[in-house]
Write a protein that binds this ligand. Structure first.
Ligand SMILES: Cc1cc2nc3c(=O)[nH]c(=O)nc-3n(C[C@H](O)[C@H](O)[C@H](O)COP(=O)(O)OP(=O)(O)OC[C@H]3O[C@@H](n4cnc5c(N)ncnc54)[C@H](O)[C@@H]3O)c2cc1C
Length: 379
């Protein structure tokens, strides 16, 4: 009997894991003793990290999208038909169109979504760059901006831990280039008592913001936005006026997780080392979908895929376990329009951002192009 691997979610994590499995299980796929199927929501694959560049007119469709089927190894059967319910006990998935698919191993990679609508007034009053529509609207708003107060409001949880800092530092350079810095004021708000969830990053970015005259307010959890009065008010009782509000909206996971009793808020309960679902060992969870308390980032997803590829391959070929995830995350961090640094960390090692350089900025841009090879499982 052939082993059925079902990947739910064809984003960054799902695509890398499915292609990686094809590379390791070529013999089994050719002899049809293994079958790999993927369920997704679109014919197009969006490379989300490139959205950061859209508001500044520095990324277009070609940087953002590829055809999903062309990214996938020819052995993968791809259905644009999202999973509606996962029956972990009977190892079967029902899709939106009513297909029923059985699996031996399921890889859950449904990602996360932004929820601006969860804060009254935010969808109407705020701009964001965390989806394409938002990033394009933000680009138009920036083009029309002639100076004033800009609030960069960060909410939790959110993916890409460093993107809020990147947009802040890039915006500073953008305003300077347009001669608007003297007429503008940038204020960055963060929900906890420091400027970043990762303490060493918070310690690093505070003097960077001070140097540039970027203001900040901590313990600011957005409660309401008044688009008419152009104010944002926090649960802590602080009200700030803005001419332009840039927000990183709070995120949630996907409904299918809760409806299938696999977790809460769309985050599936996941063992931080084995990446198996805490109650179902034939379900592996990767990428933003996990409830592991580490950064939700593409690099996290990528390092997790390596572990899941190794373990499913090993289970199929040798009947045993191969390796555990060590919590590794690596993020490039743009510190302006043409400089960057990076952070890496794992469960044992805290991050330690180094000095910025042009070279690191170019490495980030190079990786953005190489991503398409990565997604194909070639890097
Ligand atoms: C602006 C921005 C900048 C970023 N910058 C960086 C960066 O510099 N470095 C970095 O490491 N990370 C970065 N990230 C984060 C990174 O893009 C995400 O962490 C990464 O995409 C997570 O991968 P994923 O596969 O878990 O989720 P996704 O890539 O979001 O994929 C999930 C997929 O599952 C699909 N899906 C949802 N529900 C279902 C269902 N029921 N059935 C089937 N399919 C479903 C979705 O449509 C989607 O295609 C950035 C993100 C943004 C928005």
């Amino acid at each position: 009997m052939s082993k059925k691997i079902l990947v739910v979610g064809g984003g960054l994590a799902g695509t890398i894991v499915a292609n990686g499995l094809c590379r390791h299980l070529g013999k089994e796929l050719r002899s049809k003793t293994v079958q790999i199927t993927m369920l997704g929501t679109s014919e197009r694959h969006l490379y989300q990290p490139a959205l950061l560049f859209v508001p500044f007119g520095l990324a277009g469709e070609d940087d953002l999208f590829r055809n999903q089927r062309k990214l996938l190894n020819r052995h993968i059967t791809y259905h644009v038909d999202p999973a509606k319910h996962i029956d972990a006990k009977n190892k079967k998935v029902t899709t939106k169109q009513g297909k029923v698919l059985y699996y031996d191993y399921l890889i859950l990679a449904t990602g996360s979504r932004i929820m601006p609508q969860s804060i009254p007034g935010m969808a109407e009053g705020g701009h964001w760059f965390y989806d394409l529509d938002g990033a394009r609207k933000m680009r138009s708003a920036l083009q029309e901006f002639t100076g004033g107060k800009i609030i960069i409001n960060v909410n939790a949880p959110h993916k890409c831990p460093v993107a809020p800092l990147e947009i802040t530092f890039m915006l500073y350079d953008y305003l300077e280039k347009r001669g608007l810095l003297d007429k503008s004021e940038i204020t960055y708000t963060y929900p906890i008592g420091r400027l970043h969830a990762l303490e060493p990053v918070a310690d690093w970015c505070k003097p960077e913001m001070d140097k540039k005259g970027i203001k900040y307010e901590t313990f600011f959890n957005a409660e309401t936005v008044d688009p008419e009065k152009k104010t944002i008010t926090s649960m802590e009782g602080s009200t700030l006026e803005y001419d332009m509000l840039i927000t990183i909206p709070p995120h949630a996971g996907m409904d299918v997780v809760d409806k299938s009793n696999l977790g809460r808020g769309g985050w599936a309960t996941t063992d931080p080392k084995s990446l198996q679902h805490s109650k179902h060992d034939t379900i592996f969870v990767i990428g933003d979908t996990t409830d592991i308390p580490i950064s939700k980032a593409g690099s996290t997803a990528h390092f997790e895929t390596e572990v899941v590829i190794a373990n499913i391959t090993s289970l199929i070929q040798e009947g045993c376990w191969s390796r555990y995830y060590d919590g590794k995350v690596f993020c490039f961090l743009e510190t302006g329009m043409d400089e960057g640094t990076y952070v890496w960390f794992d469960y044992e090692t805290p991050p330690n951002p180094g000095p910025s350089s042009q070279m690191i900025h170019w490495l980030k841009l190079t990786y953005n192009r190489l991503y398409w090879l990565s997604a194909r499982g070639l890097l």
